[in-house]
Design a protein around this ligand. Sequence first.
Ligand code: IPT
Length: 974
Amino acid sequence: MSRTQHTYVEDLSPGSGRCGPRAALASDAAALGLDGEWRFNLAAGLRDTTEGFEAPDFDADAWDLLAVPSIWQMHDLDGAAPYGKPQYTNIHYPFPVDPPRVPDANPTGEYRRTFTLPAEWPETGRTLLRFEGVDSAFAVWVNGVRLGDGKGSRLPTEFDATAHLVPGENTVAVRVHQWSAGSYLEDQDTWRISGIFRPVALVHRPEGGLDDVFAHAGYDHATGMGALRIEAGTAGRVSIPELGIDIAVGETVRVPVEPWTAETPRLYDAVVATDTERVSLRVGFRTVTVEDGVLKVNGRPILLRGVNRHEWDPDTGRTLTVETMRRDLELMKQHNVNAVRTSHYAPDRRFLDLCDELGMWVIDECDLETHGFGPYGWKGNPTDDPQWREACLDRIARMVERDKNHASILMWSLGNECGVGENLRAMAEWARHRDPDRLVHYEGDYDSPYTDIYSMMYVSHDDLELIGQRKEEQTKDPANDEHRRGLPFILCEYAHAMGNGPGGLADYQMIFERHERIAGGFIWEWIDQGVRRRTDDGREWFAYGGDFGETLHDSNFITDGLVFSDRTPSPGLIEYKKVIEPVRIAIQPDRRTVTVANGYDFADTAHLRFTWRLEDDGLPVADGDLDVPVIAAGEAVRITWPDKLAEATVDGERSISVHALLAEDQPWAPAGHEIAWGQTVDGPATATGPLEGAAFEGPVAADGGHRLGSAEFDALGRLRAIGGVEVEGPQLDLWRAPFDNDRIAWGGPSQADRWRDRNAALDRLEHKVLDVDAGATLKVATRVGAAGAARTMDAGYEWAYDPAAGILWLTVSANPLGEWEDFVLPRLGLRMAVPKAFDAVTWFGGGPGEAYADTRTAARIGRYEATAAGMQTPYAMPQENGSRIDVRWARLASADGTALAFHGAPHFAFTVRPWTSEDLDAAQHPHELVERDRLFVNLDAALNGTGSASCGPGVLPQYRLTAEPRVFAIGFTA
Ligand code: IPT
């Protein structure tokens, strides 16, 4: 096939032969889904395409069958991978930056199928062939006649097939190219994958029908009236029986309504009808405004507790079932998320139907990103080149036209990371003109001259505070500066959820809540985009960049979600849920009261019920319901404790918690689902520690070693056994398998680089015994340092046995020697090894999940049980994980009942794992971790926080663990 026939692949035009964009509508017009098995052939490039494949009589029987919709690179990846493999790059284009050219190696899928036009298919009107999403460029034939071609992967394209359809059997053929000029506009941080990945259908357009409908449904909070006007190209009637509405298309009606909000997603079923077509709409009445620089819906400021959502399924890539879309929204709602930015393209239209139905604020983002020009100073950036203007405008129009009837959409986003440029301005103007009732969002132009909202990403807490006060730095142009200073602000991305973390969420939330200007933010990102794989012996794992042998890739930067690839919530999501909880509960033990503050923007608390629970050293004592009156949005009440709670007494540490639960089933969670909680803990600490004046027994010498109680030490003062249980260690330990947030830094050495630096080398510390002194206690002096390093530490261990309590206490003093100033340590604690059989873990302290210095909001004090295996968090790239915080005591038991326990003075943090920190550090995927013959226990005085340095600011000063002289104690019993 001659090259010229493929010129559309590299031309800048968004397509040819296409129909104009219009709303996605639920119509009673005839439609025929064309999803299913298609014949498929993958050509290596444009020169290898199949001559005449579009002809009805072409024999494609020998071709493979491929599901439509699907991504062709997502097939049989553990087997033959017949259609190539996914490639992941973030900013860099996966081809030479030579617009509009794309490589000769341009995988090209040829699709064919036949279908029978139903006998009852109308003879009048038009029939369109509709593609919801084809990545990245394609040409279409019906019965051998070329209808046209299109680009814009995540946007719909329709072709008029009327003249070429025949009664009975028809043939449709589609040629899809992985790379095209359009790929320069689609440089999103995700897998580069291809195919007809969203549904395909034939849709009938009756004469006198409703090709396009635009529902304008506002809400006047002052009067409680909804205003409805339906625009359509045709005369017709609009009815909403529930509201007694029956008006003409084009007419405006005002009636009292219940408004739509993400918290109260009230939809009204409307029908728009002409003589020949009925379209069903779900209308939500709501008004979005910016008033005095504050983002408001229905007259009230809103706070976006958001996530950035890529469309991802670990098995099918960007092809999602409706069940998966619903699952995403259920999980979001269950975790108090109320907003989605559809990063960085318009999602499957059915996702937006679900957002309307379940209640979610949406920033609908255009399929546009040119990030790969950034590293070259944005030279040649398509968003600032008149030649690309049509392509840019085409994309915004196709998104706005398709999605304009969704109550959930607050803003149109022009795209992501496109630098600045006149085409962006033109897009903004187009969107504002077409839809004056929504706001225009774009992050990449910090002057924000043509947007309605000021937006940034990964801003530090300090800078955010300044923005909240409208004291951000001035921009060059005074007019722009004034405009921007009057805008509300959002963080369209913050808190990079890569690996362990993100840290500092609670600190961001405080700033969001303090300033009306700030309308909230969107975590990057919702889901780890891992690809599910299986080892030969059937173990599941998730692949990231590089795992498919890509030469250019961005490794595990693609697995940075709040849910793991299989949609299991990560600890980061549990933390986020607590940080953004829409009800705040505080307990005042001295006054015997509870305050409940309703932080919803609209909803009262009628959908909630409240319970309380009292625990004594983590053991349940009493519980009951708490009578809380219905609280209006933004209001708070103070309630006196119920008598049963006020009168109860406990001996140990007293914990009182209050829980806000769903009173009834919601479409996204069952009754009883917890929305928010508060806890207060007081009373005497369980363990008092060695310094509280217990009478100690001195060490007894035995055969070159020492004994203390049931503990045996060797001649060098190292603990060898306790209660007959053989152990190794404990010894001072500073290393942790770096978090992604430790390992990655944008400009400058990362935290992990500093730790591994030759003059620290915390990953390979050596321990030298300087002195053993068996006096009233057993004292061991050691020096800790790494080969080649001048930075060392003195670690002193003092062992003492308290016979009354039966606890062997170890007091550790760590003193940095050398140049440790401003040096941040990963952790400060002990490591030891215990027999593998001790894998039943019980603890009293923070839980149930992991928590670190700046990710600890969701940790509740209580008694928990887990297996050693169950204490691991399976980050896609193995790294430090699983630490439980504020632990009073922890016990490791074996099946035969023998147990080893650790006691805090008063608290410690701990991990238990069947491998070492070094093993975790070395592994690239969880399935590569091999269990050792023992369990490794870290008992920590403190750990450095996690922050968000993998993309964004690092650990805040208050959560940094600096190298300073420190003393801590841990007790042991067996
Ligand atoms: C920012 C991108 O907008 C987003 O797509 C994603 O790549 C994220 O970072 C990190 O995962 S851009 C960033 C380099 C500031």
